[in-house]
Write a protein that binds this ligand. Structure first.
Ligand code: IMP
Ligand code: MG
Length: 177
């Protein structure tokens, strides 16, 4: 699979996998003695979640949500529509929401309000990547893989017009920063 023209690798595959394993260790320690419900947001988080879960040492279940955010393809508006809801009820569960990337944080902020209303025992966020503006939405991200500069990135689940998700590393499009 070829990278987009002029794209530059920001996080090589070995560094990515090393960090995912570290996150898995951290999360396993934090949830020791508990059962975890891992929720992924389709489609970008699929690759990350599949690797992360293989490093979790606590009993865990997996569920997915699909959302679409209104706005342009590169800027979300924070108005989110649920296209596929969860199959598993959250009441009384320890829930970890796993995101590929948090940019403005608007999508995450909507999801957190929506999930919190379902009465989980706890609700935390793990994001593989964050961008500089992600703190503005005021959502605490307990586990962060990498804090990125402001660039548009593809690979390892992240797309450009639905392509490049299958690249094994993360690269930045040239001139996107
Ligand atoms: P936010 O609401 O601005 O935080 O947007 C988050 C969503 O936009 C992510 O879950 C991604 O689907 C998408 N997104 C934001 N930045 C990038 C990027 O650099 N590459 C690919 N998708 C991105
Ligand atoms: Mg997403």
């Amino acid at each position: 699979m070829r990278r987009p023209e002029g794209a530059e690798v920001l996080i090589p595959e070995d560094r990515l996998q090393e960090r995912v394993a570290e996150l898995g260790g951290e999360i396993s320690g934090a949830y020791a003695g508990k059962d975890l419900l891992v929720i992924g947001v389709l489609k970008g988080a699929v690759f990350f979640i599949a690797d992360l879960m293989r490093h979790l040492e606590v009993p865990c279940e997996l569920d997915f949500m699909a959302v679409s955010s209104y706005g342009s393809s590169t800027h979300s508006s924070g108005v989110v529509r649920i296209l596929k809801d969860l199959d598993i009820p959250l009441a009384g569960r320890h829930v970890l929401l796993v995101e590929d990337i948090v940019d403005s944080g608007l999508t995450l902020s909507y999801l957190m309000r929506n999930l919190q209303a379902r009465d989980p025992a706890s609700l935390e966020v793990c994001a593989l990547l964050t961008k500089p503006g992600s703190a503005r939405a005021g959502v605490k991200i307990s586990y962060v893989g990498f804090a990125l500069p402001d660039a548009y990135v593809v690979g390892y689940g992240l797309d450009l017009d639905q392509k490049y998700r299958n690249l094994p590393d993360i690269s930045a499009l040239s001139g996107s920063g």
